[in-house]
Ligand binder design. Structure first.
Ligand code: SF4
Length: 226
């Protein structure tokens, strides 16, 4: 039996409060992104984000995908394929090293590049940590259009907190997901290692929309990725 407060289910109240808070933070982040020159929108669910992106895709369009748990969670590859888009994704299983490098280069010049971000600040900046640099390169210059999908769980106060989030949450979890044997997989937090397999090599902040870019950030009112 779920606990009730004044006849209201406690779990329902918690969900309503969390939904309110997610939307409140997301709305602030969207307004800050707009001030920084990005197109930015708030959508309540990952499905809404996939619906929005799907409408951009036309048959034959080259759609690059920056390795992203958030995009996997919203099922974007199936949506793009269903619209006849040509997916270029370096994280596709079974690629040889040469094919992987060629795919990363193709992502740079895609018609539409899709990615998430490791953190989004309430002052409208996108923060990312990368290993090879292909993802932050594509976010910086190259694709005809870029769409970044960020769950509300990645919203932080400022760039300092964004870096803390990367060290505490995103990077250790990505190491675990990718099965690297870096020390953070044991400690759960970054210890600024010197391993050959260190995946944290490039730290990028987009403080304003890159000049000449067509760049949209979708902030989602659900948890996506990490
Ligand atoms: S710098 Fe090393 S220890 Fe820190 S998160 Fe990256 S891989 Fe892990």
């Amino acid at each position: 039996m779920l606990p009730k407060i004044d006849g209201v289910c406690f779990t329902d109240t918690m969900n309503a409060v969390e939904t309110w808070h997610a939307e409140a933070l997301a709305t602030r982040a969207v307004e800050a992104l707009k001030k920084n020159g990005f197109e930015a929108i708030y959508l309540p669910t990952g499905k809404d984000a996939a619906d929005w992106i799907e409408r951009l895709v036309s048959p034959g369009m080259v759609v690059g995908i920056g390795g992203s748990t958030s995009l996997r969670e919203i099922g974007i590859k199936d949506r793009v394929a269903a619209r006849g888009g040509k997916i270029v994704d370096h994280s596709t299983p079974g690629l040889s090293p040469e094919e992987k490098m060629a795919t990363m280069r193709a992502e740079l010049t895609s018609d539409l590049f899709l990615s998430s971000s490791n953190a989004l600040t309430l002052t409208g900046e996108l923060f990312n940590v990368d290993a090879t640099g292909n993802r932050v390169a594509s976010l910086t210059f190259g694709p005809k259009k870029t769409v970044v999908v960020v769950g509300h769980n990645k919203i932080v106060a400022d760039v300092a907190e964004a870096e803390s989030r990367a060290r505490l949450v995103a990077s250790p979890m990505n190491n675990k997901r990718l099965a690297y044997k870096n020390p953070c997989v044991e400690t759960g937090v970054c210890v600024d290692c010197r391993q050959e397999t260190r995946i944290c090599r490039i730290y990028s902040v987009l403080r304003r929309r890159p000049m000449l870019s067509d760049f949209t950030v979708i902030v989602v009112g659900e948890r996506l990725g990490y």
